[in-house]
Design a protein around this ligand. Structure first.
Ligand code: NAD
Ligand code: MG
Length: 396
């Protein structure tokens, strides 16, 4: 068997590390072509020692020099590159068969889109890229013949619960609704009055999943589910009114598809991202992911609730941005990224996150999605306005 060569964008993050753990179990199947990180040089160096990639990428020239020196001293031939152009080059390189898109946030858009345009097999964790530029992203998938495999656990579950030819349209496949499960995050039962004072530490303590800080805060506000509604819309060409969020606190059912004949198909498993990662890596085959088999007797019960849109206004903001269309989801995403960072830096309250996003959307008219440049311009404008609203303390 020829080994599949991988570019991993965001190799030092939660998804990147889980991806390498699956790769480690299958050295005969996967080789690492490029490891792309941002600033965690120590972690990247250790990964290079273990996986001997052809290339390693970091943020800037200074970090690249540091890493190159250490690699040389260790006798490794890995070449070091830096900057966004290098991320794009690694994503589109002819030697890369598959690209794991696991950079967090808007920073992942350009390299992920480059992988799609180059016709790669793209394993998509970086949901923000699709949220920002869904229309041109999916048009690029169709134009290049790229195989897009969702890694987000819910979308991976939906993908597994749909027929292989779902691309001809969900209605033609007899799909009534997509049921997108959500854990409800750490504040599902917190008294509403106490939400104003929650800390970044409390927001990042997710009951079921261990993840990066940004997505952990998104889970606490349920903006993560809002972004996932938009992600599901684009991945499966599903109208918003056919995407239903279902709060399921155990996080064992990763999502479901409801069919016209009354059948509901679902994918279940332990909440461990190595399952969807292994599924996407090996698709259409199946490989060991290292995840424990699900013990249904230990799970014992599965609960479901409808989402509380009052407690979680971000969910409504996301549905509204999807219905508005054009650059509204890009504006929503950019404002959210600014808000989450400000919350983590203790410059904005937890409830201020939704207020800031609403104020940013209200302050900027959504244009047509247009080209990548239009999307990036909307992203920049939204970041500027959101930053100003915080700075002027118009949103707190
Ligand atoms: P993380 O914060 O743990 O890791 C982010 C990675 O991106 C790191 O390797 C970091 O070096 C890199 N990065 C950050 N900014 C960058 C920049 N400007 N340029 C280049 N690289 C940069 O995040 P994560 O939890 O692994 O999430 C990654 C993506 O996967 C996010 O889009 C998230 O929504 C999605 N996702 C994560 C999970 C999860 O369980 N962690 C589940 C589903 C989806
Ligand atoms: Mg998810």
């Amino acid at each position: 068997m020829t080994r599949q060569q991988l570019t991993i964008l965001g190799c030092t993050g939660s998804i990147g590390v889980s991806t390498l753990d699956v790769v480690r179990r299958h050295p005969e199947r996967y080789g690492v072509f490029a490891l792309c990180a941002h600033s965690q040089v120590d972690k990247l160096f250790a990964q290079c020692l273990e996986f001997s990639p052809r290339f390693a990428v970091v943020r800037d020239a200074r970090l690249a020099d540091q890493l190159a020196t250490r690699l040389r001293q260790a006798g490794l031939p890995t070449e070091v590159r830096h900057g966004v152009e290098s991320l794009v080059a690694m994503a589109a390189a002819p030697e890369a068969d598959a690209v794991m898109a696991a950079i967090v946030g808007a920073a992942g858009l350009e390299p992920t889109l480059a992988a799609v345009r180059a016709g790669k097999k793209v394993l998509l964790a970086n949901k923000e890229a699709l949220v920002m530029a869904g229309e041109l992203f999916m048009a690029a998938v169709r134009a290049s013949g790229s195989i897009l495999l969702p890694v987000d656990s819910e979308h991976n579950a939906i993908f597994q619960s749909l027929p292989a030819n779902f691309g001809r349209g969900l209605a033609a496949c007899g799909v009534r609704r997509i049921l997108l499960t959500a854990s409800g995050g750490p504040f599902r039962r917190t008294p509403i009055g106490a939400l104003a004072a929650v800390t970044p530490e409390a927001a990042c303590a997710h009951p079921n999943w261990v993840m990066g800080r940004k997505i952990s805060v998104d889970s606490a506000t349920m903006m993560n589910k809002g972004l996932e509604v938009i992600e599901a819309h684009w991945l499966f060409a599903c109208p918003p009114e056919r995407i239903q969020v279902v709060v399921h606190p155990q996080s064992v059912i990763h999502s479901l598809v409801d069919y016209e004949d009354g059948s509901i198909l679902a994918q279940l498993g332990n909440p461990d991202m190595r399952t969807p990662i292994a599924h996407a890596l090996a698709y259409p085959e199946r490989i060991d992911s290292g995840v424990e088999p699900l013990d249904l007797f230990k799970v014992a019960r599965l609960d479901f609730e409808s989402p509380d849109f009052e407690r979680f206004p971000c969910l409504q903001l996301a549905y509204d941005a999807l219905r508005t269309g054009g650059t509204a989801p890009a504006i929503l995403n950019a404002a959210n990224e600014v808000a989450v960072q400000a919350f983590l830096d203790r410059r904005l309250s937890f409830l201020g996150i939704a207020r800031l996003i609403a104020a940013t959307l209200a302050g900027l008219p959504a244009g047509a999605e247009g080209s990548l440049a239009d999307v990036l311009a909307a992203d920049a404008e939204a970041r500027q306005l959101a930053g100003r609203l915080i700075h002027d303390q118009r949103v707190q």
